[in-house]
Design a protein around this ligand. Structure first.
Ligand SMILES: Nc1nc2c(ncn2[C@@H]2O[C@H](COP(=O)(O)OP(=O)(O)OP(=O)(O)O)[C@@H](O)[C@H]2O)c(=O)[nH]1
Ligand SMILES: [Mg+2]
Length: 422
């Protein structure tokens, strides 16, 4: 079964709607610049913008009703727009009001992001996740104009007696959602198994995280010779990729590239990509890649930190990478070096700072792992398993009394092994 795209086919000429609210940390114009880039990535042309200062978005109409009427009366003929995109997630009521008043396609930031995700997901898991997120998003919005887009598959009509089109659509979507959840569970078990195997190999994992378009994939390619798609689009990467990373002193790690973050990222969408982000949760070190050339660099970094906090990984060792340094003046760089704690400065496209970054990763890992030699009696054999699962074994000998292991252990596990250290 194919998901019908949430965005209508054909030319889409959109007007962006933005509410400048009191508590917004992000200036509305910059937020709309970003929304315009999202729209372009989704294949939509942006022909105008309407913003309004409001303490909160209007509960029934997003912007004030006067503003919306002006848009209809004054601008509709001049701008010839067929779509509006709100910068915040619209409630079903807001969506309906805008549709009824403007008689155009009404989208919000989430719908546009979902559309981009659908275009960019390639793995089976990625596709399942996007489909699930799309249905979850559409279920409460199956009325009015949206209902026309709600048909699942073509030519199937399984409406039960006495059931309205809307009810049968809802029922089928719920059914599909539970199917998707089941399929995803299976894919996730598979992924968890792979992660366990990787863990057991004892090679530490380093995860790239950052705002979308910060240069994570370009950095991944520069560091490992991988050929992950990097492109000047938002959310170019959805599916995680892992490659071997060589560090100084013949040390090795695995480097994982992940989906980017964005401000106002809907929690449902984050939930749908939970499995992808488990790679981050299980990493030993997190590389936070920051686009040093972006005017909103601090706000972007903050949005990423918020997501890291939600994932519960703020306590993991983290290295801030100020990327795209080729695009900033040395003066600006000095300022940023004071804003971000102890950053490594890189240019992924020019290959600058990569040796420093490798050295910093090695140092950070070394701080977490300690070299030990332990004699584990056969009666405590479960500790051999523990060492295997979390440490790096360099040598293992089976002696008469027990197992002698030489290797590296995470510093946090040292107390548990203290009594085996001879
Ligand atoms: N000038 C310059 N451009 C860079 C640098 N690193 C990445 N880029 C460009 O920035 C754009 C985004 O790079 P990606 O590597 O795709 O970014 P990403 O963080 O993987 O983005 P998503 O996967 O979309 O979240 C591409 O056009 C890159 O060529 C850099 O150090 N300097
Ligand atoms: Mg990428």
């Amino acid at each position: 079964m194919r998901v019908s795209q949430p965005i209508e086919e054909g030319p889409n000429r959109a007007v962006l709607l933005g509410a400048a609210t009191d508590d917004a940390s992000w200036p509305v114009d910059e937020s709309l610049d970003e929304l315009a880039r999202l729209a372009n990535t989704a294949g939509i042309e942006v022909v105008g913008r309407v913003t309004q200062n409001l303490s909160d978005p209007h509960p029934n109409s997003y912007l004030g009703k006067g503003k919306i009427r002006d848009l209809r009366e004054e601008e509709k003929s001049t701008l010839r727009f067929d779509t509006v995109i709100a910068d915040d997630e619209l409630s079903p009521a807001q969506q309906r009001y805008l549709e009824d008043t403007l008689d155009v396609q009404v989208l919000d930031r989430t719908a546009v992001i979902l559309h981009i995700f659908a275009l960019h997901a390639h793995s089976r898991e990625g596709r399942l996740q996007v489909e699930l997120a799309q249905y979850r998003y559409r279920l409460p919005r199956l009325t009015g104009r949206g209902a026309m887009l709600s048909r699942l598959g073509a030519g199937i009509n399984t409406r039960g007696p006495g059931e309205t089109k809307l009810e049968s659509d809802r029922r089928r979507i719920r059914h599909r959602i539970s199917e998707l959840n089941r399929d995803l569970e299976r894919v996730r078990d598979q992924r968890a198994l792979h992660r366990r195997q990787r863990r057991a190999s004892g090679i530490p994992v380093v995860a790239l995280v950052g705002y979308t378009n910060a240069g994570k994939s370009t950095l991944m390619n520069a560091l490992t010779g991988a050929e992950v798609l990097s492109s000047n689009q938002l959310f170019a990467t959805l599916d995680p990729t892992t490659r071997r990373l060589e560090l100084p002193n013949h040390q090795e790690a695995l480097l994982t590239d992940t989906v980017g973050f964005i401000q106002k990222l809907p929690t449902d969408l984050v939930a749908a990509f939970r499995a992808t982000l488990e790679e981050v949760v299980e990493a030993d070190v997190i590389l936070h890649v920051v686009d040093a050339s972006h005017p909103q660099v601090e706000e972007q970094a903050e949005a990423v930190e918020d997501e890291l906090e939600a994932l519960g990984v703020l306590s993991k060792p983290r290295i801030t990478v100020l990327n795209k340094c080729d695009l900033v003046t040395s003066q600006r760089l000095e300022i940023l070096k004071r804003v971000f704690p102890d950053p490594v400065v890189t240019s992924a496209v020019e290959g600058a700072g990569l040796d420093n970054l490798r050295a910093r990763i090695a140092e950070t890992l070394a701080r977490q792992f300690v070299q030990v030699s332990v004699d584990i009696p056969y009666t405590d054999a479960e500790f051999v398993g523990l060492f295997r699962a979390h440490g790096v074994i360099e040598r293992e000998d089976h002696e008469s009394e027990g197992t002698r292991i030489t290797g590296r252990l995470p510093a946090a596990l040292l107390p548990s092994f203290q009594r085996f250290i001879g």
